[in-house]
Design a protein around this ligand. Structure first.
Ligand SMILES: Cc1ncc(COP(=O)(O)O)c(C=O)c1O
Length: 412
Protein backbone atom coordinates (compact mmCIF):
# COMPACT_ATOMS: atom_id res chain seq x y z
CA UNK A 1 0.00 0.00 0.00
CA UNK A 2 1.23 3.48 -0.82
CA UNK A 3 1.90 5.76 2.09
CA UNK A 4 1.60 9.42 1.29
CA UNK A 5 4.43 11.40 2.73
CA UNK A 6 5.25 15.08 3.03
CA UNK A 7 8.24 16.33 1.08
CA UNK A 8 11.74 16.13 2.51
CA UNK A 9 11.85 19.93 2.37
CA UNK A 10 9.51 20.03 5.37
CA UNK A 11 11.83 17.97 7.56
CA UNK A 12 13.16 20.97 9.52
CA UNK A 13 10.14 23.23 9.18
CA UNK A 14 8.38 23.86 12.49
CA UNK A 15 5.80 26.32 13.74
CA UNK A 16 5.24 25.35 17.35
CA UNK A 17 3.08 28.38 18.14
CA UNK A 18 0.29 26.36 16.54
CA UNK A 19 1.87 22.92 17.02
CA UNK A 20 1.21 19.88 19.23
CA UNK A 21 0.45 22.01 22.29
CA UNK A 22 -2.44 23.67 20.53
CA UNK A 23 -3.71 20.23 19.51
CA UNK A 24 -3.69 19.22 23.18
CA UNK A 25 -5.47 22.46 24.13
CA UNK A 26 -8.17 21.72 21.59
CA UNK A 27 -8.55 18.21 23.01
CA UNK A 28 -9.04 19.67 26.51
CA UNK A 29 -11.58 22.14 25.12
CA UNK A 30 -13.51 19.29 23.48
CA UNK A 31 -13.61 17.63 26.90
CA UNK A 32 -15.33 20.78 28.20
CA UNK A 33 -12.40 22.61 29.83
CA UNK A 34 -12.02 26.35 29.47
CA UNK A 35 -8.49 26.94 28.20
CA UNK A 36 -7.00 30.42 28.52
CA UNK A 37 -5.18 30.77 25.20
CA UNK A 38 -2.11 32.92 25.67
CA UNK A 39 -0.34 31.52 22.63
CA UNK A 40 -1.26 33.82 19.73
CA UNK A 41 -0.93 37.54 19.07
CA UNK A 42 -4.50 37.64 17.73
CA UNK A 43 -6.20 40.75 19.06
CA UNK A 44 -9.94 40.54 18.45
CA UNK A 45 -10.69 37.55 20.70
CA UNK A 46 -9.56 39.77 23.59
CA UNK A 47 -11.94 42.61 22.80
CA UNK A 48 -9.34 44.64 20.91
CA UNK A 49 -11.36 45.47 17.81
CA UNK A 50 -10.18 47.51 14.84
CA UNK A 51 -11.33 51.09 14.37
CA UNK A 52 -14.73 51.27 12.64
CA UNK A 53 -13.40 53.22 9.66
CA UNK A 54 -10.94 50.43 8.82
CA UNK A 55 -13.69 47.81 8.83
CA UNK A 56 -15.92 50.27 6.94
CA UNK A 57 -13.32 50.78 4.19
CA UNK A 58 -13.28 47.04 3.52
CA UNK A 59 -17.07 46.74 3.66
CA UNK A 60 -17.49 49.64 1.23
CA UNK A 61 -15.19 47.94 -1.30
CA UNK A 62 -16.41 44.36 -1.14
CA UNK A 63 -18.08 44.68 -4.53
CA UNK A 64 -14.97 45.99 -6.28
CA UNK A 65 -12.87 43.41 -4.44
CA UNK A 66 -14.38 40.56 -6.41
CA UNK A 67 -11.80 41.05 -9.15
CA UNK A 68 -8.15 40.06 -9.02
CA UNK A 69 -5.85 43.04 -8.48
CA UNK A 70 -2.36 43.73 -9.77
CA UNK A 71 -0.20 40.97 -8.29
CA UNK A 72 1.74 43.56 -6.29
CA UNK A 73 -1.49 45.02 -4.87
CA UNK A 74 -3.89 47.88 -5.58
CA UNK A 75 -2.14 51.16 -6.45
CA UNK A 76 -3.85 53.28 -3.75
CA UNK A 77 -2.77 50.89 -0.99
CA UNK A 78 0.80 50.66 -2.32
CA UNK A 79 0.97 54.45 -2.45
CA UNK A 80 -0.35 54.62 1.13
CA UNK A 81 2.41 52.27 2.28
CA UNK A 82 5.05 54.32 0.46
CA UNK A 83 3.67 57.51 2.02
CA UNK A 84 3.82 55.90 5.47
CA UNK A 85 7.56 55.23 5.13
CA UNK A 86 8.25 58.62 3.57
CA UNK A 87 6.59 60.34 6.56
CA UNK A 88 7.78 58.14 9.39
CA UNK A 89 11.18 56.93 8.25
CA UNK A 90 12.18 59.68 5.83
CA UNK A 91 12.64 57.12 3.05
CA UNK A 92 12.68 58.25 -0.54
CA UNK A 93 10.30 55.63 -1.94
CA UNK A 94 7.31 55.29 -4.24
CA UNK A 95 4.52 52.78 -4.74
CA UNK A 96 6.84 50.98 -7.19
CA UNK A 97 8.94 49.89 -4.20
CA UNK A 98 6.02 48.21 -2.43
CA UNK A 99 4.73 44.64 -2.77
CA UNK A 100 1.54 43.74 -0.91
CA UNK A 101 0.90 40.24 0.39
CA UNK A 102 -1.39 38.06 2.46
CA UNK A 103 0.22 39.17 5.67
CA UNK A 104 3.91 39.35 6.46
CA UNK A 105 3.85 35.56 6.81
CA UNK A 106 3.29 35.00 3.11
CA UNK A 107 5.85 37.62 2.15
CA UNK A 108 8.54 36.05 4.34
CA UNK A 109 8.19 32.74 2.53
CA UNK A 110 7.82 34.37 -0.88
CA UNK A 111 10.84 36.64 -0.47
CA UNK A 112 13.08 33.89 0.88
CA UNK A 113 12.05 31.62 -2.02
CA UNK A 114 13.15 34.39 -4.37
CA UNK A 115 16.43 35.10 -2.56
CA UNK A 116 17.88 31.93 -1.06
CA UNK A 117 19.77 29.11 -2.78
CA UNK A 118 20.28 25.74 -1.09
CA UNK A 119 23.20 26.05 1.32
CA UNK A 120 22.98 29.84 1.63
CA UNK A 121 23.29 30.93 5.24
CA UNK A 122 20.75 33.36 6.65
CA UNK A 123 21.41 35.01 10.01
CA UNK A 124 18.28 34.78 12.15
CA UNK A 125 17.88 35.90 15.77
CA UNK A 126 17.49 33.45 18.65
CA UNK A 127 14.85 33.69 19.86
CA UNK A 128 13.01 34.41 16.64
CA UNK A 129 9.52 34.53 15.25
CA UNK A 130 9.64 30.94 14.01
CA UNK A 131 8.25 31.55 10.55
CA UNK A 132 11.68 33.00 9.71
CA UNK A 133 13.65 29.87 10.61
CA UNK A 134 10.97 27.63 9.11
CA UNK A 135 10.89 29.56 5.84
CA UNK A 136 14.70 29.50 5.52
CA UNK A 137 14.64 25.72 6.00
CA UNK A 138 11.90 25.43 3.39
CA UNK A 139 14.16 27.04 0.78
CA UNK A 140 17.05 24.68 1.53
CA UNK A 141 18.96 27.55 3.09
CA UNK A 142 20.65 27.25 6.46
CA UNK A 143 19.35 29.37 9.34
CA UNK A 144 22.31 30.46 11.45
CA UNK A 145 21.06 31.77 14.78
CA UNK A 146 22.69 34.75 16.42
CA UNK A 147 22.13 35.62 20.03
CA UNK A 148 19.75 38.24 21.33
CA UNK A 149 21.29 39.29 24.61
CA UNK A 150 18.88 39.05 27.52
CA UNK A 151 21.29 41.00 29.72
CA UNK A 152 21.17 43.89 27.25
CA UNK A 153 17.40 44.25 26.98
CA UNK A 154 17.36 41.42 24.41
CA UNK A 155 19.25 43.58 21.89
CA UNK A 156 21.07 41.37 19.39
CA UNK A 157 24.77 40.88 20.09
CA UNK A 158 26.65 42.59 17.26
CA UNK A 159 29.79 40.59 18.11
CA UNK A 160 27.90 37.32 17.82
CA UNK A 161 26.39 38.34 14.48
CA UNK A 162 29.75 39.39 13.08
CA UNK A 163 31.40 36.17 14.25
CA UNK A 164 28.80 34.09 12.38
CA UNK A 165 29.19 35.73 8.97
CA UNK A 166 30.79 33.34 6.44
CA UNK A 167 31.28 33.47 2.67
CA UNK A 168 27.91 31.65 2.37
CA UNK A 169 25.99 34.28 4.33
CA UNK A 170 23.40 36.02 2.17
CA UNK A 171 21.08 37.92 4.48
CA UNK A 172 20.62 39.22 8.01
CA UNK A 173 17.15 39.06 9.57
CA UNK A 174 16.13 41.46 12.31
CA UNK A 175 12.80 41.49 14.10
CA UNK A 176 12.22 44.85 15.73
CA UNK A 177 10.19 45.37 17.88
CA UNK A 178 10.69 41.76 18.73
CA UNK A 179 8.44 38.77 19.07
CA UNK A 180 8.84 36.95 21.45
CA UNK A 181 10.98 39.18 23.70
CA UNK A 182 9.21 42.55 23.47
CA UNK A 183 12.57 44.23 22.85
CA UNK A 184 12.75 47.50 20.94
CA UNK A 185 16.26 47.71 19.54
CA UNK A 186 18.42 50.71 20.35
CA UNK A 187 19.50 53.08 17.56
CA UNK A 188 23.03 51.79 18.07
CA UNK A 189 21.96 48.17 17.56
CA UNK A 190 20.00 48.93 14.38
CA UNK A 191 22.89 50.99 13.03
CA UNK A 192 25.35 48.25 13.98
CA UNK A 193 23.31 45.62 12.15
CA UNK A 194 23.08 47.80 9.05
CA UNK A 195 26.87 48.30 9.21
CA UNK A 196 27.44 44.54 9.37
CA UNK A 197 25.20 44.11 6.31
CA UNK A 198 27.14 46.88 4.56
CA UNK A 199 30.57 45.41 5.37
CA UNK A 200 29.64 41.93 4.18
CA UNK A 201 27.27 42.70 1.30
CA UNK A 202 24.26 41.13 3.03
CA UNK A 203 20.59 41.83 2.39
CA UNK A 204 18.85 43.22 5.47
CA UNK A 205 15.47 41.57 6.04
CA UNK A 206 13.72 43.69 8.65
CA UNK A 207 10.45 42.46 10.15
CA UNK A 208 8.88 45.57 11.67
CA UNK A 209 5.27 44.43 11.99
CA UNK A 210 5.20 45.82 15.57
CA UNK A 211 6.70 49.20 14.60
CA UNK A 212 3.74 51.14 16.04
CA UNK A 213 3.48 49.04 19.21
CA UNK A 214 6.26 50.77 21.10
CA UNK A 215 5.62 52.00 24.62
CA UNK A 216 6.92 54.51 27.17
CA UNK A 217 10.26 56.07 26.33
CA UNK A 218 11.11 53.47 23.70
CA UNK A 219 11.52 54.63 20.09
CA UNK A 220 11.40 52.61 16.92
CA UNK A 221 14.37 52.90 14.57
CA UNK A 222 13.83 51.89 10.96
CA UNK A 223 16.46 49.53 9.58
CA UNK A 224 15.90 50.94 6.09
CA UNK A 225 16.90 54.41 7.31
CA UNK A 226 20.13 53.02 8.78
CA UNK A 227 20.73 50.95 5.65
CA UNK A 228 20.61 54.07 3.46
CA UNK A 229 21.44 53.99 -0.23
CA UNK A 230 24.08 51.29 -0.19
CA UNK A 231 22.50 48.34 1.70
CA UNK A 232 19.61 46.46 0.15
CA UNK A 233 16.88 46.39 2.79
CA UNK A 234 13.51 44.66 2.65
CA UNK A 235 11.18 45.99 5.34
CA UNK A 236 8.15 43.91 6.27
CA UNK A 237 5.04 45.44 7.84
CA UNK A 238 1.30 45.11 7.92
CA UNK A 239 -2.02 45.78 9.56
CA UNK A 240 -2.28 42.68 11.75
CA UNK A 241 -1.04 44.09 15.03
CA UNK A 242 -1.25 47.87 15.65
CA UNK A 243 -4.30 48.09 13.38
CA UNK A 244 -5.84 44.95 14.92
CA UNK A 245 -7.00 43.25 11.72
CA UNK A 246 -5.00 40.02 11.77
CA UNK A 247 -7.67 38.25 9.73
CA UNK A 248 -7.60 40.70 6.83
CA UNK A 249 -4.13 39.39 5.90
CA UNK A 250 -2.91 42.81 4.82
CA UNK A 251 0.88 43.01 4.77
CA UNK A 252 3.67 44.46 2.66
CA UNK A 253 7.34 44.37 1.90
CA UNK A 254 9.14 47.57 0.93
CA UNK A 255 12.44 47.60 -0.96
CA UNK A 256 15.09 50.27 -0.40
CA UNK A 257 18.79 50.76 -1.07
CA UNK A 258 20.74 50.01 -4.25
CA UNK A 259 17.77 48.73 -6.25
CA UNK A 260 19.69 49.21 -9.50
CA UNK A 261 21.79 46.22 -8.39
CA UNK A 262 18.76 44.18 -7.27
CA UNK A 263 16.84 43.97 -10.55
CA UNK A 264 17.13 40.21 -10.82
CA UNK A 265 15.97 39.61 -7.25
CA UNK A 266 13.05 42.01 -7.68
CA UNK A 267 12.08 40.16 -10.86
CA UNK A 268 12.07 36.97 -8.78
CA UNK A 269 9.80 38.50 -6.17
CA UNK A 270 7.52 39.79 -8.95
CA UNK A 271 7.47 36.34 -10.58
CA UNK A 272 6.38 34.67 -7.33
CA UNK A 273 3.84 37.45 -6.71
CA UNK A 274 2.43 36.80 -10.18
CA UNK A 275 2.25 33.05 -9.51
CA UNK A 276 0.04 33.58 -6.49
CA UNK A 277 -1.99 36.00 -8.67
CA UNK A 278 -2.65 38.67 -6.02
CA UNK A 279 -3.16 39.17 -2.29
CA UNK A 280 -6.70 39.05 -0.90
CA UNK A 281 -8.19 42.20 -2.43
CA UNK A 282 -10.79 42.97 0.26
CA UNK A 283 -8.07 43.18 2.92
CA UNK A 284 -5.99 45.56 0.79
CA UNK A 285 -8.79 48.11 0.98
CA UNK A 286 -8.10 48.53 4.71
CA UNK A 287 -4.57 49.83 4.12
CA UNK A 288 -5.12 53.39 2.90
CA UNK A 289 -7.60 54.17 5.67
CA UNK A 290 -5.49 52.54 8.38
CA UNK A 291 -2.26 54.29 7.42
CA UNK A 292 -3.93 57.62 6.79
CA UNK A 293 -4.51 58.15 10.50
CA UNK A 294 -1.03 59.33 11.45
CA UNK A 295 0.04 62.93 11.43
CA UNK A 296 3.01 63.75 9.18
CA UNK A 297 6.32 62.72 10.65
CA UNK A 298 4.99 61.17 13.83
CA UNK A 299 3.74 57.80 14.97
CA UNK A 300 0.09 57.01 15.29
CA UNK A 301 -1.53 58.71 18.28
CA UNK A 302 -1.20 56.37 21.26
CA UNK A 303 -4.97 56.23 21.73
CA UNK A 304 -5.37 54.75 18.26
CA UNK A 305 -2.78 52.03 18.64
CA UNK A 306 -3.45 51.25 22.27
CA UNK A 307 -6.90 52.36 23.38
CA UNK A 308 -6.82 53.51 27.05
CA UNK A 309 -3.15 52.51 27.24
CA UNK A 310 -4.40 48.98 27.80
CA UNK A 311 -1.62 47.09 26.05
CA UNK A 312 1.14 49.05 27.74
CA UNK A 313 -0.40 48.45 31.19
CA UNK A 314 -0.96 44.76 30.50
CA UNK A 315 2.64 44.23 29.40
CA UNK A 316 3.98 46.02 32.47
CA UNK A 317 1.76 44.24 34.95
CA UNK A 318 2.54 40.82 33.44
CA UNK A 319 6.29 41.45 33.63
CA UNK A 320 6.00 42.74 37.23
CA UNK A 321 3.85 39.80 38.33
CA UNK A 322 6.25 37.31 36.71
CA UNK A 323 9.23 38.99 38.36
CA UNK A 324 7.54 38.60 41.75
CA UNK A 325 7.60 34.79 41.39
CA UNK A 326 10.76 33.29 42.95
CA UNK A 327 12.87 31.59 40.27
CA UNK A 328 11.38 33.68 37.44
CA UNK A 329 12.83 36.80 35.82
CA UNK A 330 11.45 38.81 32.97
CA UNK A 331 13.03 41.66 31.04
CA UNK A 332 10.30 44.31 30.85
CA UNK A 333 9.01 44.41 27.26
CA UNK A 334 9.13 47.84 25.59
CA UNK A 335 7.01 46.92 22.59
CA UNK A 336 4.90 44.24 20.85
CA UNK A 337 2.48 42.02 22.78
CA UNK A 338 4.54 39.47 24.69
CA UNK A 339 6.63 38.65 27.73
CA UNK A 340 9.43 36.08 27.48
CA UNK A 341 10.34 35.18 31.06
CA UNK A 342 13.30 33.08 32.18
CA UNK A 343 12.78 30.12 34.50
CA UNK A 344 15.25 28.53 36.86
CA UNK A 345 15.26 25.06 35.31
CA UNK A 346 16.92 23.37 38.29
CA UNK A 347 14.46 24.81 40.74
CA UNK A 348 11.45 23.80 38.66
CA UNK A 349 12.82 20.48 37.40
CA UNK A 350 12.56 21.47 33.73
CA UNK A 351 14.45 19.37 31.22
CA UNK A 352 12.15 19.68 28.24
CA UNK A 353 10.24 22.96 27.94
CA UNK A 354 7.55 21.46 25.72
CA UNK A 355 6.81 18.98 28.52
CA UNK A 356 6.74 21.96 30.89
CA UNK A 357 4.13 23.93 28.93
CA UNK A 358 2.06 20.77 28.39
CA UNK A 359 2.11 20.20 32.16
CA UNK A 360 0.97 23.82 32.69
CA UNK A 361 -1.76 23.37 30.10
CA UNK A 362 -3.09 20.14 31.58
CA UNK A 363 -2.88 21.37 35.18
CA UNK A 364 -3.95 25.02 34.94
CA UNK A 365 -5.59 25.09 31.48
CA UNK A 366 -3.32 27.94 30.45
CA UNK A 367 -1.78 27.76 26.98
CA UNK A 368 1.61 29.43 26.50
CA UNK A 369 4.46 28.62 24.10
CA UNK A 370 7.78 27.05 25.07
CA UNK A 371 10.93 29.05 24.34
CA UNK A 372 12.56 26.40 22.15
CA UNK A 373 9.57 26.87 19.83
CA UNK A 374 11.19 30.25 19.07
CA UNK A 375 14.54 28.60 18.39
CA UNK A 376 15.87 29.61 21.78
CA UNK A 377 18.64 27.12 22.55
CA UNK A 378 17.78 26.27 26.19
CA UNK A 379 14.55 24.98 27.83
CA UNK A 380 14.44 27.94 30.23
CA UNK A 381 11.94 30.39 28.72
CA UNK A 382 8.33 30.58 27.64
CA UNK A 383 6.28 33.19 25.85
CA UNK A 384 3.06 34.56 27.27
CA UNK A 385 0.72 36.73 25.19
CA UNK A 386 -0.39 39.81 27.16
CA UNK A 387 -3.68 40.50 25.39
CA UNK A 388 -6.34 39.65 28.00
CA UNK A 389 -7.39 42.46 30.31
CA UNK A 390 -5.50 43.12 33.54
CA UNK A 391 -7.70 41.02 35.83
CA UNK A 392 -7.42 37.92 33.63
CA UNK A 393 -3.67 38.33 33.24
CA UNK A 394 -3.19 38.77 36.98
CA UNK A 395 -5.13 35.58 37.66
CA UNK A 396 -3.21 33.72 34.95
CA UNK A 397 0.21 34.73 36.30
CA UNK A 398 -0.92 33.90 39.82
CA UNK A 399 -1.95 30.39 38.65
CA UNK A 400 1.43 30.03 36.89
CA UNK A 401 3.09 31.01 40.20
CA UNK A 402 1.13 28.33 42.11
CA UNK A 403 1.95 25.76 39.44
CA UNK A 404 5.66 26.63 39.62
CA UNK A 405 5.60 26.36 43.40
CA UNK A 406 4.23 22.81 43.12
CA UNK A 407 6.89 21.94 40.55
CA UNK A 408 9.54 23.39 42.86
CA UNK A 409 8.42 21.14 45.74
CA UNK A 410 8.37 18.13 43.41
CA UNK A 411 11.88 18.92 42.16
CA UNK A 412 13.35 19.48 45.63
C1 LIG B 1 7.44 39.13 14.16
C2 LIG B 1 6.23 38.73 13.36
N1 LIG B 1 6.30 38.78 12.03
C3 LIG B 1 5.25 38.43 11.28
C4 LIG B 1 4.06 37.99 11.84
C5 LIG B 1 2.93 37.59 10.95
O1 LIG B 1 2.14 38.66 10.63
P1 LIG B 1 0.99 38.62 9.55
O2 LIG B 1 -0.31 38.55 10.28
O3 LIG B 1 1.15 39.89 8.79
O4 LIG B 1 1.21 37.42 8.68
C6 LIG B 1 3.94 37.94 13.22
C7 LIG B 1 2.70 37.45 13.86
O5 LIG B 1 2.61 37.21 15.03
C8 LIG B 1 5.06 38.32 14.00
O6 LIG B 1 5.02 38.26 15.33
Amino acid sequence: MTTYRQSDRLRDVRYDVRGPILTEAMRLEREGHDVLRLNLGNLRPFGLDARDEIVGAVAANLGAAQAYSDSRGIPSAREAVAGHYRRRAGLDISAEDVFLGNGVSELITLTLQALVNPGDEILVPAPDYPTWTGAVNLTGGVPVHYLADEANGWNPSLEDIESKVTPRTTALVLINPNNPTGAVYSAETVRGMADIARRHGLVLLSDEIYEELVFGEARHHYAAAAAGDDVLCLTFGGLSKAYRVCGYRAGWVVTTGPLDRAGDLLEGITLLSNMRVCPNVAGQHAIETALGAGSPGSSLPAGIVDPDGRLEKQLALTADALNAIPGVSCVAPRGALYCFPRLDVEEFGIVDDEEFVLDLLRTEHILVTHGTGFNWPAPDHFRIVCLPDAAVLERAVSSIGDFLERRRRRAA
